[in-house]
Write a protein that binds this ligand. Sequence first.
Ligand SMILES: Nc1ncnc2c1ncn2[C@@H]1O[C@H](COP(=O)(O)OP(=O)(O)OP(=O)(O)O)[C@@H](O)[C@H]1O
Ligand SMILES: [Mg+2]
Length: 243
Amino acid sequence: MNGKGGTGKSSIASLLVRHIIRKKLGSVLAIDADPNSCLADNLGVKKPDTIVGTCEEISKNLSKIPAGITKDRFIEMRVQEAINESGDFDLLVMGRPEGPGCYCYVNNLLRGIIGNITKSYDFVIIDNAAGMEHISRRTTGEMNKLLLVSDYSIPGVRSAGRIYELAKGLGVKIGGAYLVVNKVSGPLAPLAGEIAETGLEVAGSVPYDEEMVDWNVSNKPIFEFDDETIENNIAEIFTNLMR
Ligand SMILES: Nc1ncnc2c1ncn2[C@@H]1O[C@H](COP(=O)(O)OP(=O)(O)OP(=O)(O)O)[C@@H](O)[C@H]1O
Ligand SMILES: [Mg+2]
């Protein structure tokens, strides 16, 4: 998941996780790759220890690594332990490095972890930070599906298009690139030209929903937000993504 800030990436990621679970489509790992993480709140589960926190702790206590185990292997084991397995899905949170300059190591690590840990899940949904940081650092070297979320605006669609261009320019392997227009409060026709320019396939749209806003204001997890229209929209998005 990627797209401009506040377009609804985390909300849609959470609703996609729920859709997969409710329809019993397979096992799910949700990864919060946003340094300012909030996916656990959206999913209504306890935030697990972060990967970055785990790495930093290990780096400060290298003498505690058991003999015969490499640092990277030890980190991978600890990351496995840090996965929140309390719900019907698993959750892994990247977190944020305390000091400057350690992103590279963490991003390399994430790439390795995505490669290894994710193999045991049917679905892996990565909720990225807004913008192009993760793609430009090539955190995710390969994506089956790139899902770009836009709000109901030309800048939102353009931003999605730019992220797609960047990903292609960096040679990231992408199985399919899709657009979801969220918070729709009118006809899509005025955006059609701009959407066509992006070259993205439209996976669907989600209406602007006042109740979702109220839900958020009352601090309830979006994962528990039940609305038939929204659910049908998410189901359609999922179906289009899986085609
Ligand atoms: N369809 C919708 N209707 C109304 N409000 C929505 C809708 N989708 C998301 N929101 C609200 O928009 C806000 C931003 O949503 P969300 O946190 O999912 O966006 P994001 O793209 O993940 O943001 P960030 O860039 O900060 O990670 C939230 O308050 C959420 O409840
Ligand atoms: Mg978010």
